[in-house]
Ligand binder design. Structure first.
Ligand code: LHQ
Length: 258
């Protein structure tokens, strides 16, 4: 099994599972991941996702043994498998937490950056390894990096392909937090569980608004916020949130759309 899926009360843990290859990506694995995302979305009781890697690495990017000597068109075909996966992750109507448990290289780094909240163990690192093999950052790397760390740092990361330690990645705003390696999974599970108990529709619409903000001007974004706010306000979780505030108690969110 190239990925493992573990179902928790109201979230799922997906583990990239080719530890002997540092969880390097294959088409089979991308398809399995895609199926797992669809299944999570279809399950109404699943309200958050947690992604990590088995063994000592998060993901070493494309499995290089699979691309030796293949035609350029085949490289494009490979990305036709990976690109929908990145788009699906971004559009998934629930929060996605990534627990980067070791090195995240090439497409593996950008898979992590596509997630909503990235936690990393202090021994983890991020490498835009593409330049080492004459390629360009893909799986959204050229889109995510400048937005997260600014163009100057994005260019150097992409061109130098040096490993960026997790602590620097957090300092630069590329990821959310660094935690001690032996605390990583406990913290990541706690975060996923907390998000799974939140107002799911509101978070899903927040994702949409933030992604749209990357290309909208202010007028369009204000208009979008207006429309999405109407949608969010129709949810039972909005009603519950306001009621709980007025009653001075913790809200109990269900994640139901209506
Ligand atoms: C690997 C890999 C790997 C196979 C470690 N493949 N075996 C998308 C689609 C289409 C076209 C092309 O591009 C893309 C996007 C991409 O992702 S391109 C970028 C691909 N990734 C890389 O270039 C990274 C290659 N790996 C590394 O630089 C190092 O392995 C890192 C920095 C990740 C880890 O270094 P170490 O901790 O020193 O581990 P290691 O190098 O000793 O690796 C352990 C084993 O895993 C080793 O096998 P072995 O049989 O010697 O134990 C590696 O060959 C294997 N492995 N990455 N991507």
């Amino acid at each position: 099994m190239t990925i493992l899926v573990e179902t928790h009360a109201d979230y799922r843990l997906i583990t990239l599972n080719r530890p002997e290859r540092l969880n390097a990506l294959t088409v089979e694995m991308a398809e399995a991941l895609s199926t797992a995302l669809d299944a999570a979305e279809a399950d109404k009781s699943c309200r958050a996702l947690l992604i990590t890697g088995a063994g000592r690495a998060f993901c070493a990017g494309q499995d290089l043994t699979a691309i030796v000597g293949i035609a350029p068109a085949e490289i494009g075909n490979l990305l036709d498998h990976y690109n929908p996966l990145i788009a699906k992750l971004r559009a998934l109507p629930m929060p996605v937490v990534c627990a980067v448990n070791g090195v995240a290289a090439g497409a593996g780094a950008n898979l992590a950056l596509a997630c909503d909240i990235v936690l990393a163990g202090e021994g983890a690192s991020f490498v835009q390894a593409f330049a080492r093999i004459g390629l360009i950052p893909d799986c959204g790397g050229t889109w995510f990096l400048p937005r997260l760390v600014g163009m100057a740092r994005a260019r150097a990361l992409a061109m130098l392909a040096e490993p960026l330690p997790a602590a620097t990645a957090a300092e630069w705003g590329m990821i959310w937090q660094v935690v001690a390696d032996d605390r990583l999974m406990a913290e990541a599970h706690a975060l996923a569980a907390r998000l799974a108990g939140a107002a799911t529709l509101g978070l899903a619409l927040t994702k949409r608004a933030l992604d749209a903000a990357e290309t909208n001007d202010l007028d369009n974004q204000l208009e979008l916020e207006r429309d999405l706010q109407e949608e969010a306000s129709a949810s039972p979780d909005h009603t519950e949130g306001v009621r709980a505030f007025l009653e001075k108690r913790q809200p109990v969110f269900t994640g139901r759309r209506s």
